[in-house]
Ligand binder design. Sequence first.
Ligand code: BJW
Ligand code: ZN
Length: 273
Amino acid sequence: MASSTTVKIAEFRRLLSHAHSVLVLTGAGISAESGIPTFRGAGGLWRQFKATDLATQTAFARSPSLVWEFYHYRRELVRTKQPNKAHIALAKAEKRFEKEGKRFNVITQNVDGLHRRAGTKNLIEMHGNLFMVQCTLCQFIEENDSSPICESLRNRGSPDVNPPEIDEKDLPRCTKCKSLVRPHIVWFGEHIWDDVLEKIQKEIQLCDLFIVIGTSSVVYPAAGYASILAERNIPIAEVNIETTPSTSIATYHFHGPAAQIIPQLLSVNLNNE
Ligand code: BJW
Ligand code: ZN
């Protein structure tokens, strides 16, 4: 007899084959199997700090040196990691949908760039990207993937030691006006950029199947998308190793690691990769 998971997968695949506009929301859990720590799980601490305590304007104003060390550490970590089967399956599914003239879009809360590296094109990085910076004075936004991002951060960022502060003048600077730059990332209490919100709103309007992967569904506005879509009776599939506030409103909850479940759900064969 088929297991209940097998039946649910078959039902979901049927919905997927009839969908015209699939929208996927991802969080830190999709990158966990690539070796990138999640925010609220084990490994979410750097030195004695919670990641979410350093991702704020207040923390940056108090110590740009500390916050830059934290981001430098994460930039260098991400460089050593690769997209996993979940990222790759999403990129392949997007190509298949496009060939069929259908929409397939990914909104990610992650700043690690792994979806892009896996080949996803229809991508909204709603909280920014580790390799973009913004000037604190002239607001100029630019890509910066130098390693290290500046000489003073070379060999810094270790999670185990607490070295002396780096002087602000030696931290990453704007190429236009030479003022201090910050990571171009949405910190707590900051607004998601207007152009990004517009793109998300458009996708939410068009969406006829929503897939939520590896997010604790506690950080707004992303945490609210499932309920907006549930109110319109749009089917929702959640993939997570835990239950979350979205579980009770999801049509299907697939319990397990994303890299194992997503290729099956999307019928993507990754065996010859
Ligand atoms: C696996 C797995 C595997 C593990 N396979 N799964 C409405 C109500 C209440 C509060 C607010 C509200 N609207 C706004 C707020 C304030 C705030 C907020 O939401 N606070 C809540 C915590 C209550 N939101 C904001 O400030 C946002 N701004 C905003 O809305 O502006 C308007 C406004 C401002 C103020 C008041 C009101 C309105 C901005 C949010 C920016 C979030 N930024 C961060 C940091 C980014 C920088 C960085 O990376 O350095 O983004 S916080 C952090 O959380 C990061 C993440 O993107 C985000 C979400 O985390 P995520 O991805 O869900 O990770 P985890 O670790 O929480 O969960 C991992 C999940 O994976 C778990 O469920 C695991 O089980 C699972 N998992 N392995 C599958 N292998
Ligand atoms: Zn500038």
